[in-house]
Design a binder for this molecule. Structure first.
Ligand code: ZN
Ligand code: ZN
Ligand code: ZN
Length: 298
């Protein structure tokens, strides 16, 4: 009987200890899970989301009446459609290039826009500017000649008295400090005289957008030095082959990516006359090929 009592005591004691251990273990696990949650949230906060709104050129894909492979595919599968080039940086509510498809892009963003950067005054990069009339207060940045066109579009199609739009002319190759840092570098993109790309530095993230550029950028040491080691490079890759003074082709776009060594590179502004999307992905590995509404974390 005594040994039975002793056995019962030992069993109860073991149950008590194991219960205590389990509770402690569960608490440790919960603390660890909380810790992981905090770390992941911090990491997510630290990451910046960038959206490619439009990945195409002035004619878009499909181009009306064109029967090429890219246009035929895009008519069948919306996945292959390309609206005109534009980008959005949610962290500072900044739009780069108000394309003629801006209304469609704004439906996707569904947020207020505060800053608008315009690379150059070609129709596909500025033609959608009047769509910004739903915002009373915006700040526009670009070269003086580009902003002249923007001002004209505002005056002609939006109005002036009720809209508090502020214009910030940027000289080429000079850093400016707003709530973010910005550098407008000149590119060769004829016949436009004042065409440029942007370096936008937000907190510790460096985002580079070449805008439309000829292959001459590959010899522009000053610009290459500034854009090196970006967190994100969004580069022109309009055609299969480069056109001097106008646009980058596939090989030169890859060369630029290899020179810049950005943590992520996305090729955009893709013509329907270029290779198919799948072929481009294959040719440009490990870099990314833009699609409309592609979200990129940097
Ligand atoms: Zn363009
Ligand atoms: Zn086509
Ligand atoms: Zn252009």
């Amino acid at each position: 009987m005594r040994s039975f009592n002793a056995l019962c005591s030992i069993t109860l004691y073991c149950a008590f200890i194991s219960d205590l251990f389990c509770k402690k273990y569960i608490r440790v696990c919960q603390n660890y899970a909380d810790y992981l949650k905090i770390i992941t949230t911090l990491e997510e906060d630290f990451k910046m989301n960038i959206i490619i709104l439009g990945s195409g050129v002035y004619s878009g894909t499909p181009r009306p009446l064109c029967g090429c492979e890219n246009c035929s595919r895009a008519r069948k599968f919306p996945l292959y459609r390309r609206t005109r080039f534009s980008m959005y940086i949610p962290r500072i509510r900044a739009l780069i290039d108000p394309s003629p498809d801006l209304h469609y892009h704004l439906e996707h963003i569904n947020e207020k826009i505060e800053h608008v950067f315009v690379t150059h005054a070609h129709f596909d990069h500025i033609g959608g500017l009047p769509e910004l009339q739903i915002f009373k207060h915006i700040k526009l940045y670009g070269h003086t000649t580009t902003l002249e066109v923007a001002k004209y579009l505002q005056k002609r199609f939006v109005g002036e008295s009720k809209w508090n739009w502020k214009y910030f002319p940027l000289e080429f190759n000079k850093w400016y400090d707003f709530n973010f840092k910005i550098y407008h570098f000149k590119v060769i993109h004829q016949p436009i005289e004042a065409a440029g790309g942007f370096i936008i530095q937000i907190e510790n993230k460096k985002i580079v957008i070449t805008g439309d550029t000829g292959p001459e950028i590959l010899n522009d040491k000053r610009t290459l030095k500034e854009i090196r080691n970006a967190d994100l490079l969004v580069a022109d890759m309009t055609h299969k082959h480069s056109i001097s003074n106008a646009h980058l082709g596939v090989d030169d776009a890859i060369k630029l990516a290899q020179t810049v060594k950005a943590r992520k590179t996305v090729f955009a502004h893709i013509s329907h006359t270029n290779y198919t999307h799948d072929e481009l992905e294959e040719k440009t590995k490990p870099y990314l090929v833009a699609r409309d509404f592609m979200h990129i974390n940097i």
